[in-house]
Design a protein around this ligand. Structure first.
Ligand SMILES: Cc1ncc(C[n+]2csc(CCOP(=O)(O)OP(=O)(O)O)c2C)c(N)n1
Length: 368
């Protein structure tokens, strides 16, 4: 029996900022003041907007909400690496990427209030709506990237998902196809520790998520997802690689979901306060704040101006988003298929009949 090693595979982990806000100067050089200010604005906007949406749910003003707290660096660092025409394919926890894509904030309030008109592609922008079925958006993203390749367009597609999605067939089919066709796509896994109550260690036996790319013939890379500079650098490189025709990358962004899974969850039933405290020490927003302050990138006045602008913008977005007239229930059947299939037509009819019956009952009740 003869044995020889026919391949050797490894995964790199990238970080630039440590948790005290100190940087690896060699890796940090190259970011301009403008870029760093933009990151500072978006990281803080996301933290504040997320808090606001959470409070709106708690006060009964919007429906179920999925917090992004803790994932600011992962979302802002990657979102800012995209060009306007790139395709953004989210799951449901990418509020920060929507912000960097300049989707109006009032529409985001509206969307989390259950209004399907809000993110239904009103301007034919390259930002897809929130996707709830875990992993299914990976297939859509691969299809979009394939279309860009066939049309010889230079747009890159980025698809976001949690590590839970990597247990779904859809993720593997999308990755395989992307590898075989060398598609212009970046798979961005926000590995945030938990898939509702399932920890990452029960999700996969793999040491890293990034190594799953090796099986499909392309590069996987791991990044400190609480380090906005590292995430931005790694994502920029992956996007450039895809744009120049060198195919897909899988990015594993290691971060932590500091809040509950959604406002319907109570994470204290399955994780400890010690674990949360440990990650609070690596808070991406505070870490970046230390870097910005210690290196005098922004002075106190500049920071105050940014925070005041954020407060104002959120206030306006909430006022506008909540004052929109409620959609007609039929609306949720629109914009799904170009031609509505029979099954959906029947469901729509059934709903309309139920609404008529309910309103008749209410009217009768009111007359008694
Ligand atoms: C196909 C499918 N199965 C189950 C669910 C229920 N579900 C909603 S969120 C979730 C966990 C997702 O975890 P992960 O992909 O890691 O993303 P995270 O919530 O951590 O951002 C599950 C199982 C679903 N939405 N879709």
């Amino acid at each position: 029996m003869a044995q020889e090693q026919i391949g050797q595979f490894g995964i790199n982990h990238v970080s630039i900022l440590d948790k005290e806000g100190n940087v690896d100067e060699k890796l940090a050089s190259g970011f301009t003041k403008e870029q760093l200010s933009e990151m500072y604005y978006y990281m803080n906007l996301l933290r504040k907007f997320d808090e606001k949406l959470f409070n709106l749910q708690r006060s009964g003003k919007i429906g179920t909400y999925a917090q992004t707290k803790g994932q600011e660096a992962s979302e802002i660092g990657s979102g800012l690496a995209l060009s306007e025409n790139d395709w953004f394919v989210p799951s449901f926890r990418e509020l920060g990427v929507y912000l960097t894509r300049k989707v109006p904030k009032n529409l985001l309030v509206q969307a989390w209030n259950g209004d399907t008109r809000a993110l239904g592609n009103p301007n034919h922008s390259h930002n897809l709506p929130i996707s709830i079925p875990i992993g299914s958006q990976c297939i859509h993203a691969t299809g979009i990237a394939w279309a860009s390749q066939i049309k010889q367009e230079k747009d890159v597609t980025i698809v976001y998902f949690g590590e839970g999605a990597t247990s779904e067939g859809d993720f593997h089919e999308a990755m395989n196809f992307a590898g075989v066709f060398n598609l212009p796509i970046v798979f961005f896994c926000q590995r945030n520790g938990w898939s509702i109550s399932t920890p990452t260690t029960k999700e996969t036996k793999s040491e890293t998520i990034a190594q799953k790319a090796i099986a499909y013939g392309f590069k996987g890379i791991q990044v400190d997802g609480n380090d906005v500079l590292a995430v931005n650098k790694v994502t920029t490189q992956a996007i450039e690689k895809a744009r120049s025709g060198d195919g897909p990358t899988l990015i594993e962004s290691i971060t932590y979901r500091m809040g509950d899974h959604t406002t319907s969850d109570d994470s204290m039933k399955y994780r400890t306060q010690e674990e949360i405290n440990e990650w609070e020490n690596k808070d991406p927003v505070l870490r970046f704040e230390k870097y910005i302050t210690n290196n005098n990138i922004l002075n106190e006045q500049e920071k105050t101006d940014i925070h005041n602008a954020i407060e104002r913008e959120i206030q306006e977005a909430v006022e506008q988003g909540l004052s929109v007239e409620k959609p007609n229930p039929e609306q949720m059947f629109e914009d799904v298929f170009a031609q509505m299939p029979e099954m959906l037509k029947e469901q729509k009819e059934e709903l309309l009949n139920e609404i008529i019956q309910m309103s008749e009952q209410n009217n009768n009740g009111g007359n008694q």
